[in-house]
Design a protein around this ligand. Structure first.
Ligand SMILES: Cc1ncc(COP(=O)(O)O)c(C=O)c1O
Length: 222
């Protein structure tokens, strides 16, 4: 008979007292008791009819929060990074041209992900804390002719909320998809996905939405 040489850890033999902390950064944010209680509901199987109904309700909720009628609207099981990867991997092929607006770390991160899948990465860059005018964006669209333009709506590394008006129309003029990272902004400032001509958008649960981390709402236009 084999003997256990790794003993049960002492620290797991008592509950861990999680303190109340006031969190005032972009996220994670404090979770209201109503939302925390929802996490203590009974477990369901993934094929139970109630699970399907809950998924449909989540989809309706995201369609409302994003102001979109897109059918492909769901919550990715993962953090904002998973939605970022999901959005980029599903809209770009190796060798295709992508344009990324870099005014902080999230544009840099998107450029890194796109580069790793072998896309031709082009950037418009401004200093941290800066933003881009529609004229600057149009010049870059015309120059690089990308299939996707990536913009961070709420750049949490600097606090800039980027203007969105008119950019969807510009992208479509150049036959390009408009992809928006609204992880740190959605819910804090209005963004109507369909009205703004946004083709792909995602957010994160643990920021303005005040839910625990680990789900990332995302939506794709047909
Ligand atoms: C603008 C932005 N995009 C993406 C992310 C990544 O989200 P997560 O930390 O949930 O992976 C963050 C996180 O701070 C963010 O602020």
């Amino acid at each position: 008979m084999s003997s256990l040489s790794v003993l049960p850890p002492e620290c797991l033999l008592q509950p861990f007292p999680v303190p109340q902390r006031l969190m005032l950064g972009p996220g994670p944010s404090n979770v209201p008791a109503r939302i925390a209680a929802a996490g203590a509901q009974p477990m369901l199987g993934h094929l139970h009819t109630e699970t399907i109904e809950i998924m449909n309700q989540i989809k309706s909720g995201i369609q409302y929060a994003f102001q979109t009628r897109n059918r492909v609207t769901l919550a990715v099981s993962g953090p904002g990074h998973a939605a970022m990867e999901c959005a980029i991997f599903n809209s770009l092929e190796p060798g295709e041209s992508v344009l990324i607006a870099v005014n902080g770390i999230w544009g840099e991160r998107a450029a890194e992900i796109a580069g790793r899948i072998g896309a031709k990465v082009n950037t418009v860059v401004t200093s941290a804390g800066g933003y881009f005018t529609n004229e600057e964006i149009e010049q870059a669209l015309d120059k690089y002719r990308p299939v996707v333009f990536f913009l961070t709506h709420g750049e949490s590394s600097t606090g800039v909320v980027h203007p969105i008006d008119g950019i969807g129309d510009l992208c479509h003029k150049y036959n390009c998809l408009f992809l928006v990272d609204s992880v740190a902004a959605l819910g804090g400032t209005p963004i109507c996905m369909d009205e703004r001509g946004i083709d792909i958008m995602y957010t994160g649960s643990q920021k303005v939405l005040n839910a625990p981390p680990g789900t990332a709402p995302i939506s794709f236009k047909e």
